[in-house]
Design a protein around this ligand. Structure first.
Ligand SMILES: C[S@@+](CC[C@H](N)C(=O)[O-])C[C@H]1O[C@@H](n2cnc3c(N)ncnc32)[C@H](O)[C@@H]1O
Length: 451
């Protein structure tokens, strides 16, 4: 079965997360499409998409792509309903799909639809295709009515081609109907021949049809971010989605013991607990220790069964091994102290000084971490990088520190995939990944380290 993973704002991070999860779950797959918008995988076994998506911060939705082979439509003729047999196929496939999905229901059926482009397509052509689909969905509604199937269509807003997650969730489309997805690809989607352009010289595009099988629970993310009792905007709180991505890059598993030794307000610990891990948190600042305890108590009351194991205490990360049992941790996932936060890019000298100060802490922390991690454990950390111009980052010269402490950087994306999605600003010159916002000066570089 083919699954299309619709990627979040930073596609390289999303893809790295998906691949890490597939590897952890030992799911065999072949890659069909890789683009900035989506990753389409052919997976032999059935997967629990809802459960997988619940713990993945970088994927917006998962689409089960129909087995109908790649359909070809001539966009210049703009006639989906007439003459050409392959054009008819799309409509009849759509009709069949809706009917089989709704056979048992006599209630009003909700139909949402979205258009995604896996390969590059001009806005003008996308709009043309979008109009065509809209016209045909409306025609289909009338046709279904004759067969006593009543539908309400939820359309993307003007000038948009996709429904937002909020619209799909709030309208309960997945429960009360079907969220359809038209995926535009090049007419020849074979990865080795695909030119990367959706439209060929004659004006043909390829189309895949699929239904949404899982969608991100945006409300839950928002509650986990904004409703926790203790928030500390000043220290740069981590978004829960990023915490999930980091935990997935560390390939943490249920019941494993995970530590965050710079826990701040405890976002990483929270997400690890929600993944079923046991967690230890620590911070050098007593106030943060208290903040984390309050937040995890709130989590326990609102989200967890009381059996969850967590322990939070005040420890300086430079002396971890005095307090934590040696070789006891399955992974450390943490946002180290990032240094000062800026609203304007600081001078290069100031950046160098900040890096120097942090270097001392990191050196000691990494040496200590080595003692308390199990031999094959992974360590995922964020370190600061400075966005001095739009999408141009200064990275911390950390490779020497790593050599001294015996760690190496694990590249989160394999060569062939890197080649297909580069250049994208979140992939660094050393093939690590960056999480940042367009106007943010201090971004986070994510390092996956192994001993
Ligand atoms: C960037 S914050 C972590 C934010 C956290 N991820 C969150 O979402 O709340 C860094 C934390 O490191 C702590 N810290 C700084 N130096 C430390 C040290 N030497 N040992 C342990 N914690 C330290 C700070 O008190 C702060 O809470």
């Amino acid at each position: 079965m083919k699954y299309a993973f619709i990627l979040g704002r930073l596609p390289a991070l999303s893809i790295a997360e998906i691949l890490a999860v597939m590897e952890k779950l030992k799911i065999k797959y072949s890659t069909e499409i890789i683009s900035q918008k989506m990753l389409v995988l052919d997976i032999q076994e059935k997967i629990d998409c809802q459960e997988i998506l619940r713990t993945m911060g970088g994927t917006i939705k998962i689409i089960l792509v129909s087995n109908i082979k790649y359909q070809v439509l001539n966009i210049k003729k703009s006639k989906l309903k007439e003459s050409q047999t392959e054009e008819r196929d799309i409509l009849s496939a759509l009709r069949d799909k809706i009917k089989t999905e709704t056979k048992q229901s006599n209630k009003k059926l909700l139909i949402g639809y979205n258009i995604y482009s896996a390969d590059k397509i001009e806005q003008k052509e996308l709009n043309q295709f979008s109009k065509l689909i809209k016209k045909n969905i409306i025609a289909l509604k009338k046709e279904l009515k004759k067969e006593e199937i009543n539908c309400r269509i939820v359309m993307p807003k003007n000038y948009e081609t996709e429904l937002s997650s909020a619209s799909i969730v709030n309208n309960k489309i997945l429960e009360k109907g079907i969220d359809l997805n038209f995926i535009i690809t090049s007419p020849c989607p074979l990865p080795e021949i695909n030119s990367g352009q959706a439209l060929d010289k004659e004006g043909n595009i390829g189309i895949m049809l699929g239904k949404t099988v899982a969608i991100q629970d945006i409300e839950s993310y928002s509650r986990r971010d904004y409703e926790r009792p203790q928030r500390e905007a000043k220290i740069g709180m981590m978004p829960p989605k990023l915490a999930q991505i980091m935990l997935n890059l560390a390939q943490v598993e249920k019941d494993q013991l995970i530590m965050d030794p710079f826990c701040g307000t405890g976002v990483i610990l929270q997400e690890a607990l929600l993944m079923g891990c046991r967690v230890i948190g620590s911070d050098a600042n007593e106030k943060q220790v208290q903040n984390t305890k309050n937040n995890l108590k709130w989590l326990e009351e609102n989200y967890l069964s009381p059996k969850m194991f967590y322990q939070v205490s005040k420890i300086d990360a430079m002396h971890l091994a005095k307090k934590i049992k040696s070789s006891s941790l399955d992974a450390i996932v943490t946002e180290t102290t990032l240094g000062p936060i800026y609203t304007q890019a600081p001078a290069p000298k100031e950046i160098r000084n900040n890096f120097k100060k942090l270097e001392k802490i990191y050196l000691k922390f990494l040496a200590q971490a080595k003692k308390i991690l199990k031999p094959d454990a992974q360590l995922v950390i964020t370190i600061p990088c400075y966005q001095i111009k739009k999408s141009k980052f200064i990275l911390m010269p950390i490779v020497d520190i790593l050599k001294k402490t015996g760690y190496s950087i694990k590249e989160p994306l394999p060569e062939d995939i890197l080649g297909k999605i580069s250049p994208t600003p979140e992939i660094t010159s050393r093939n690590t990944l960056i999480y940042s916002r367009p106007n943010q000066i201090v971004g986070r570089e994510i390092l996956v380290l192994k001993l």
